[in-house]
Each structure stands twice: as C-alpha cells, then as structure tokens.
Design a protein around this ligand. Structure first.
Ligand SMILES: NC(=O)c1ccc[n+]([C@@H]2O[C@H](COP(=O)([O-])OP(=O)(O)OC[C@H]3O[C@@H](n4cnc5c(N)ncnc54)[C@H](O)[C@@H]3O)[C@@H](O)[C@H]2O)c1
Length: 450
C-alpha cells in the first residue's frame, strides 16, 4: 500500500521503516531541516537498536523515502499516519499545536486532489479522548475527499522499538468505519500472528487505552518506589519484595523495578495529561496525581540520600553522574530523572561531572558548561567524592570497580537503578547505596578527608 508518515521522530521513523520492511511504499515527511538532511543522507537521526540497518536497507531500495513536501507525500497515499509530538505544556495539558498544524496541512493537500478511493488518516500520536472525532469532523467540513480517521495508538518502547513494532502485543484501532478497520487490518496483516491481537473499538476507547496503559505502568513503578521507603525503614530488600510479588500470576513481573524515578517522553506527560483529561469531565483524579507526586519525591529523595551519606557538605563536592538517558539503549533524555537530579545537585553547589554512552550530545545543550562532560565512566569518576548512577546501561555492570575506587576521592556509589551487584561493590571497596536495599557500608578509605 502507499503510505505517508507525517513526523519522523521515534514513532514515525520506526513505524515508517517497519511498514516499508513488510512491503509498503512509505514516504516520511519531516519538518526539521537538520533531521531531514540526516535522513536524506541515509543516516538515522536517533539511536534505536536495529533501526539504522533496517532504515538504510529500505532507503537504499527506494521503498522508504523522505521529504519535507507534504503535498507530494500525501498525493497518491492511501494511508496517512500522523506521528507528530504531543508534548506537555507547562500546566500539564497536552500541546496539540503540532497535531493541529499537521492535520491542517494534510487537509489542505487533500483539498487539492481529487481521488476516487478512500484515504485513511491514522492518528498514532498520543492524544486526549475526543481528538480523533474532532479531526474527523474537521476534515469532513474542510475537504470533499473521501476520508476516514482512525486512532491507532503506539505502544512501542524506546530501546526495543523495532521489535515492539514488528512483534506487537496488540494493535489497537479506534474508529467508526468498518471499511477503515479493513484497511488497517490489511496494512498490518504480516504482523498479525494471532487474530485477537487486532482490536477494534471506538475512537475514545482507543485514545483512553493509550493513556490508561501508560498510567498503569507508571503506577507500578511509583508503587515500588514508595515501597523502597518501607524497605529502607524496616531493613527489607526491594529486590526480594519485587520477586516475591512479581511471581504472582495476578501481578506479573513487568515494571516493578524501583529506582530514582521514571522519565521518558511518554510516562510523565501522559500521566499529567490523564489528570487534565479527568478534570475536563469534572473528576479530580487523585490516583494519577499521586503517581506524579511519588515520582517527583523519589528524585528529591535520591539527592537527600546523597546529602545524608556523603560525609561532607554537598557544596563543593564533586559528583560523577553515570547515565543521562531516561533508560538504557536510548539517547532520549526527555523528562529523564537525570535532568532534575543534576539540577538539584547544581543548586546545592555540587561540581557535577557527567557521562553517558549515547545521550551526552543531547544533554550538553541543557547544562552547557554548568557540567563537566566525560567520555567514559572511568574518567568521570576520577577524583569524585561519589558516583550517582542514573541509567541502567548494561556496560556499567562490568566496569573495573576496584580501579575506579582507587582513583576516586572517596569510593561511594549511589545506585539509582539498583543495577550493580552488592558483592562486587563490597569487594571493590565501595560504600554502596542502592534504593530500598541494604547498603554496603565498608570502611571508607578516604584519600582527602574533609
Ligand atoms: N517516543 C515514544 O516512545 C512513544 C511511544 C508511544 C507513543 N508516542 C507518541 O507518539 C507521538 C510522537 O512521539 P515521538 O517520540 O516520535 O516524537 P518526536 O518529537 O521524536 O517526533 C516528532 C517528529 O515530528 C516532526 N514534525 C512535527 N510537526 C511536523 C509536521 N507538521 N510535518 C512533518 N514533521 C513534523 C518533528 O520535527 C519530529 O521529528 C507523541 O504523541 C508521543 O506521545 C511516543
């Protein structure tokens, strides 16, 4: 099928590339000139495992094309995906401006062509309930083209986006047109291994499914983060509690890892949006409000722990931050806990050095020369009073900890992701503070006691 994808960010680029790989002819439209140039040069503007190779293969064959010309891209398209950002406004409401602009541009382009087949507009962006219905009404009023609108929320996870797209748990399609449902079923056919994963429902149910899924996952993390306080208070181990409850078939093991807070481009904004969507129907949603409060508190608690255990005032202390991305296997720093934690540390007068294998270039414009940037965790930790580990990059597990401890001013490590091994840290001579787990409090071999 002829497919256009408006917006070539994490979702649009992965969606477009995967659709090209299953045989569709895909044209990606990208407004950002820098991103478009990277795409036209055959490079992938984001780090996402497996995406670069797949994108290059289908770009080289011509199956996947890129342009900034929406009219050319929309011409002949049977299916048009809207994959633009829907970020949070400062008050937590969804900023719909990108979607409104893209919708208007598609509408203007459709107005200029006369085709005798149905065009399906697919809203992949995460949008408040009621958006698809409004878009449909708008298009009906503004164009004579035969259009249908479906909501098709995206559930991919950054870090495993290609796999998630190629092997979906479910494909949710919301709308009112059986004909549009059939088009979507045909579009996704090669990915549908079991019929029940293709789910159709009305627009609002599909829109709310996306918000509910993210709020549910975020709530599990916040619940476990709240439990770390009890574990620390009573001498329990959150990892044992996690295994103990995750093995219960009614609960399941996913999204139960405690840490210094969740981030990313979706959870914080979607939970905040759900609070606003609730208010729009006159409901004060205390549940989602609490998810956010716990998340904010957890980041503050992480800094307070450093302050309490460092053994010297924070002002003037040197702290090495390992990990800036909101999670491993991505270069995405949107709403990353590192943003708030580094800001808290800087406000307290800490000298921050930071490193990340993929996300450093994205973070540099945020803190500029307020932070010293290190190429790797070993040089980052040299001379530091403590390390704060904020992203669970697997390579951090196999670092030469004994050597690192020897180069630090004081070998203290605060593990905001509970990803290191206590025994290894003990053997390396570290004072080690995970979250909600018993600490390793070796005798410190301070080189320069303050
Ligand atoms: N990133 C994720 O993990 C994820 C997962 C599920 C759902 N979502 C949702 O998908 C949507 C997109 O998210 P994303 O992370 O891909 O955003 P993004 O910011 O990475 O990408 C959006 C892209 O759209 C481009 N764009 C904006 N307006 C345009 C226009 N009029 N024409 C052409 N290009 C335009 C931007 O330049 C940008 O490259 C959001 O609603 C988000 O909530 C994201």
């Amino acid at each position: 099928m002829d497919v256009s994808v408006i917006g070539c960010g994490y979702v649009g680029l992965v969606t477009g590339t995967c659709l090209a790989s299953i045989g569709h002819m895909v044209r990606g439209v990208e407004k950002d000139p820098k991103r478009l140039k990277t795409l036209l040069d055959g490079h992938c503007p984001i780090f996402e495992p497996g995406l670069h190779e797949l994108m290059q293969e289908h770009f080289a064959s011509g199956q996947l094309q890129f342009t900034d010309n929406i009219k050319a891209a929309v011409k002949d398209a049977e299916v048009i995906f809207l994959c633009v950002g829907t970020p949070s406004r400062p008050d937590g409401m969804v900023d719909m401006s990108y979607l409104e602009t893209a919708g208007k541009e598609v509408c203007d382009s459709l107005a200029e062509q006369s085709v005798d087949y149905m065009i399906t507009i697919v809203v992949k962006s995460t949008v408040p309930a009621g958006t698809n219905r409004r878009l449909y009404d708008f298009l009906k009023q503004q164009t004579r083209a035969y259009v249908q609108v479906v909501s098709n929320p995206e559930f991919l996870r950054e870090g495993s986006a290609v796999k998630d797209c190629m092997e979906p748990d479910r494909i949710v399609v919301g709308g009112e047109s059986p004909e549009a449902f059939r088009i979507m079923r045909r579009l996704y056919d090669p990915l549908i291994k079991r019929e029940e994963i293709f789910m159709t429902m009305n627009w609002e149910s599909a829109e709310l499914t996306k918000y509910a899924a993210n709020a549910m996952l975020a709530s599990r993390i916040s619940f476990m983060n709240e439990m770390t306080i009890l574990c620390e208070g009573y001498g329990a181990d959150i990892e044992d509690v996690r295994k103990g409850i995750g093995s219960d078939g009614r609960i399941g093991p996913a999204f139960l890892r405690a840490g210094c807070g969740f981030g990313g481009s979706c959870f914080p904004k979607d939970v905040a949006a759900l609070e606003h969507i609730s208010r729009a129907v006159g409901h004060e949603n205390l549940f989602v409000n609490t998810i956010q409060t716990i998340n904010q508190n957890q980041k503050k608690r992480f800094v307070e722990r450093i302050e309490e255990k460092l053994g010297r005032p924070l002002a003037g202390a040197k702290i090495a931050v390992w990990g800036l991305a909101f999670k491993a296997d991505t270069d995405d720093i949107r709403e990353s806990p590192a943003l708030d934690i580094i800001r808290h540390l800087l406000d307290k007068g800490v000298i921050v050095k930071a490193t990340d294998p993929k996300a450093m270039e994205n973070m540099k414009p945020v803190f500029k020369d307020e932070v010293e940037w290190s190429a790797d965790p070993v040089s980052c930790a040299a001379g530091a009073d403590a390390v704060a580990l904020l992203t669970d990059w697997p390579q951090y597990n196999t670092l030469p900890f004994r050597k690192i401890a020897a180069t630090m001013n004081s070998p203290i490590l605060f593990d905001g992701r509970n990803c290191l091994h206590r025994d290894i840290m003990r053997e390396a001579g570290f004072q080690y503070y995970p979250m909600g787990r018993p600490a390793v409090e070796n005798a410190l071999r301070l080189k320069h006691r303050v």
